[in-house]
Write a protein that binds this ligand. Structure first.
Ligand code: UDP
Length: 485
């Protein structure tokens, strides 16, 4: 009986976007493997994307479950079924989506009253959870989906505002006070950091920042050896507690879990493996720009021509807008037919971790989303960095300048909109891809990436830095439970 009452019960409330849900679900599974009772709160459509995985974990003995509540589509004027940020197709829809997240307070409160968990880990887009947790006298940890370097860089820009003291969009400034000299320009940072005028998102961003300040702490999908200086900086300069428990993707050990992570691909696990198994180790480049980034036809054409000219083998994940009637019209004549086994194009969703973990993969062209960065690091592969928006330009600095396992493609300007991005030309893409795969510099990067991959795996093993961080968080929660009894 004692064991049952001693068991910590943690609620996980992931923001409904692939880059947030995928790692937070993995994290919940990791907590459950440490004896925690884990409950994931989400909507039915989102739950269907990971319910098979959770069922398998339950059969293996984890105390993990999902509680669902309807997404308030109608209430905020979103079409039925628009339950994930990835389904929004305009900034108006995105704003409605973010507002809808505030309507989860009532159902969550009801669940909390029934279950009385000991802690809430919530996506930072649910700032109100800090108030709900305070009322219940339990800690709320926030999960922003990014790493510690980008969190520290963001904090510094909010505090010191060097971006408001430059004269042009391209003039560089140093992000003040960081452990490394990181230079950025205004064109590489998000709108809310440079616009002093109010936008419809201002109120929400301010609410998120308020909640971060008074949260019990942050939980981060990262590991000490990856950004040790920023672990320290976050604690000592930003002044907040953080637990680094990643890379959480490493909790997916078997191929079925890897293949179904996020959602099922149109390409089966076996099709991917059969193709990859025919390739030499480290001979294939994997190209994918995350879960939501759509490229214009002009940009897709530049990539196709660069790949054709580069003579490298590749798997290229192509996502196109569902409203785009020009689907596939961008492809050079005969491109797919003439690949002859040299390349594989996956349209839609790819089993990314399954692919990255295959020994045939020698490099990754990435938009530098934090999950992709970490999955590339965990797989021990060097990367071509092609940041687009969010905190991705900070992440590029980590890969290229600090870890020295990245080759920049030359992306200069932050933009969420496909149509406002200036395409990167074929020469720049080909040059970056060749530098990634061929020559002495490529060998050195590969060696560094392999070493980092090893330390990522060690971090989540028993006694590793991330495992220790998780254990110490659980001890702290247990201590909190016993002192409040
Ligand atoms: N992902 C995947 N298949 C795809 C696209 C993305 O499995 O075709 C996963 C990827 O492994 C990662 C997440 O989706 O875990 C994307 O997160 P990231 O932070 O890299 O980028 P975002 O999508 O948030 O921009």
């Amino acid at each position: 009986m004692d064991k049952i009452t001693d068991q910590i019960h943690v609620y996980f409330l992931p923001m409904m976007a692939p880059g947030h849900m995928i790692p937070l679900v993995d994290m919940a599974r990791q907590f459950a493997r440490h004896g925690v009772k884990a409950t994931i709160i989400t909507t039915p459509l989102n739950a269907s994307k990971f319910s098979k995985t959770i069922q398998r974990d339950r059969e293996l003995g984890s105390d993990i479950s999902i509680r669902t509540t309807e997404f308030p589509c109608k209430e905020v004027g979103l079409p039925e079924g628009c339950e994930n940020l990835a389904s929004t197709t305009s900034s108006e829809m995105t704003l409605k989506f973010v507002k809808a997240l505030y309507l989860f307070q009532q159902p969550l409160q009801q669940f909390l009253e029934e279950d009385h968990p000991d802690c809430i880990i919530a996506g930072s887009f649910f700032p109100w959870t800090v108030d709900v947790a305070a009322k219940l006298g339990i800690p709320r940890l926030s999960f922003s989906g990014s790493g510690l370097l980008p969190l520290c860089a963001h904090y510094s820009l909010m505090e010191h505002k060097p971006q408001l003291k430059v004269e042009s969009e391209t003039e560089e400034f140093i992000i003040p006070g960081l452990p490394d000299t990181i230079k950025m320009s205004r064109q590489q940072i998000s709108d809310h950091l440079k616009d002093e005028k109010e936008t419809p998102m201002t109120e929400i961003v301010n609410d998120i920042l308020r909640a971060e300040k008074i949260s019990y702490g942050a939980i981060v999908n990262s590991f000490y050896e990856l950004e040790s200086n920023y672990v320290k900086h976050y604690r000592e300069v930003v002044g907040r507690k953080a637990w680094h428990v990643g890379p959480v993707s490493l909790c997916n050990k078997d191929n079925e879990d890897k293949a179904q992570r996020g959602q099922e691909s149109s390409f089966s696990e076996q099709q991917c493996l059969d193709w990859l198994n025919t390739k030499e180790p480290k001979s294939v480049i994997y190209i994918c720009f995350g879960s939501m980034s759509i490229f214009s036809s002009a940009q897709l054409l530049e990539i196709a021509i660069a790949l054709e000219a580069s003579d490298q083998q590749f798997i290229w994940v192509v996502k196109q807008s569902t409203t785009n009637e020009e689907q596939d019209k961008w492809m050079p004549e005969g491109f797919e037919e003439n690949l002859n086994g040299r390349g594989l194009i996956i349209k839609g969703w790819a089993p990314q971790v399954l692919i990255l973990d295959h020994e045939a993969i020698g490099g990754f062209v990435t938009h530098c989303g934090w999950n992709s960065l970490l999955e590339g690091v965990a797989a021990g592969v060097p990367m071509v960095t092609w940041p687009l928006s969010a905190e991705q330009f900070f992440n590029e600095k980590l890969l290229v300048e600090i870890l020295k396992i990245g080759v920049p493609v030359g992306a200069q300007a932050w933009s969420q909109r496909t149509d406002s991005r200036v395409p990167i030309n074929r020469e720049n893409i080909q040059r970056a891809v060749t530098k990634l795969m061929v020559g002495q510099e490529a060998d050195e990067m590969r060696r560094r990436a392999a070493a980092l991959g090893k330390s990522a795996k060690m971090a989540v093993e028993k006694g590793g830095s991330s495992d220790n961080s998780l254990v110490s968080l659980l001890e702290e929660l247990r201590w909190g439970m016993s002192s409040s009894n």
